[in-house]
Design a binder for this molecule. Sequence first.
Ligand SMILES: NC(=O)c1ccc[n+]([C@@H]2O[C@H](COP(=O)([O-])OP(=O)(O)OC[C@H]3O[C@@H](n4cnc5c(N)ncnc54)[C@H](OP(=O)(O)O)[C@@H]3O)[C@@H](O)[C@H]2O)c1
Length: 248
Amino acid sequence: MSDSTVVPPASVVLVSGGSRGLGLAIVTDLLASGLKVAAFARTVTPELTALGEKYPEHLHYGSVDINDPKAGQDFVKEVEAKLGPIDGLVNNAAVGQDSLHVHTSADQVAAIIQTNLTSPLVLTRFVLRRMLAKGLKGRIVNVTSICAQRGYPGLVAYSATKGGMDSATRSLARELGGRVLANSVAPGFFASEMSAVLGQTQLDQIVRRTPTGHLTEPDEVVPVVRMLLLDNTNINGQVLVVDGAASI
Ligand SMILES: NC(=O)c1ccc[n+]([C@@H]2O[C@H](COP(=O)([O-])OP(=O)(O)OC[C@H]3O[C@@H](n4cnc5c(N)ncnc54)[C@H](OP(=O)(O)O)[C@@H]3O)[C@@H](O)[C@H]2O)c1
């Protein structure tokens, strides 16, 4: 194996939606692993502020709406100035949905697609251009969902965005010719603000259908993201499902 074909571990990782839920768990884990991390969301939470106090040299965070490309680009430049060039990107920020397609307005469909598909692709483009211009190799992890592979009522537009990101992952892996490893991690349902719309009956049903007997925990997804960012593997263009085989 030639060293020139190996993509080294990421050292400065940008996590979108790192203020709570899975994104916060990923940020916490990467900081504990010694990485430099940048995180944004529309609202900075006390948990993210506390991490900033614990890791003042290693964490840069701020309030950014991913649908404001200029704000996202300014944030990327701030991160580079404070932490160094970005060589890892976790596209985690997303909005959920809890409405039958026939009851979802055209504006709501457009907003879900903007936040979960268009804006992450635009951010990825901006980060990649800077990474490649600096001659860096890197890693991209797209957090998608089991909804991209299995049908769930009330999640039509959401599922379409997650399937779109999985497709983009495969084409990115091809297009980037091994300089940047691009993969998706597709979790099953886990407890968070996003999934709080699920009723107990639905949660019980998912658990009954899951061979491992429990809902996925963010802590079970985090090591997979870490592996894709840091480990020396030849995994590229894949969708790794973390759902206890609920969808099998
Ligand atoms: N929960 C589940 O069951 C589940 C299952 C499979 C996949 N996923 C995926 O896992 C990822 C994390 O989900 P989660 O459950 O942890 O969700 P969550 O708790 O709702 O967190 C979503 C994060 O994204 C941020 N965000 C949302 N809209 C944004 C915007 N316009 N600009 C910037 N940041 C924005 C949120 O902060 P602000 O609202 O303050 O902006 C928050 O930090 C998502 O990609 C989701 O689709 C979730």
